[in-house]
Design a protein around this ligand. Structure first.
Ligand code: ZN
Length: 172
């Protein structure tokens, strides 16, 4: 039964597809949007479309950026001989917030999870190995995947992969 107008139902339906948004939150957001000034809604929609169109993977570290290279990879003051491997851009942001790491990153965009059918080919691992063979100045890889089972599995896998290269691998 359609209690609301078609347009509102459609909006609620679209919003409820987003992660973490249940039916209740979706209708709350929909009614909020309907009552917002038109130009604010337009700004929000434009920002979403622009971000989706312009954001891509950094050519070097695979984090999300709107440039070919992210600011960290472009920076001359960072130590490009130390790469910290993280699962996602949020982890990168968390390490950046501490301000204690002056190396560069590599973002995997996930972790190996046999249970969920995510294999080494589904994360940015090939990109990491290509990068290591392309950049002889890399001396150390710090594996900072999560402490979950998936994170540990991924760390072990990467460790084994890098070992023959002679590059130092550490785990935090
Ligand atoms: Zn980068």
């Amino acid at each position: 039964m359609d209690y609301y107008s078609n347009q509102i139902s459609k909006l609620i339906d679209e919003l409820s597809r987003l992660p973490g948004i249940g039916a209740k939150s979706a209708s709350r957001l929909a009614f909020h949007l309907i009552h917002m000034p038109k130009e604010e809604v337009k700004r929000l929609a434009d920002t979403m479309v622009e971000a989706r169109e312009n954001v891509r993977y950094c050519k070097e570290c695979c984090t999300l950026t709107d440039q070919e290279l992210c600011p960290i990879c472009r920076s001359q003051t960072r130590d490009h001989s130390v790469i910290m491997v993280v699962e996602n851009p949020r982890d990168l942001a968390a390490y950046e917030k501490t301000g204690k790491f002056d190396g560069v990153y590599h973002v995997l965009h996930g972790a190996i999870s046999p249970m969920r059918g995510i294999g080494p080919g589904d994360i940015k691992l090939k990109e990491l190995m290509e990068r290591l063979s392309r950049e002889p100045e890399v001396k150390e890889v710090i594996i900072a995947t999560n402490s979950s089972l998936e994170g540990e599995t991924t760390a072990m896998y990467i460790g084994k992969l890098i070992k023959p290269t002679g590059i130092r691998v550490t785990r935090i």
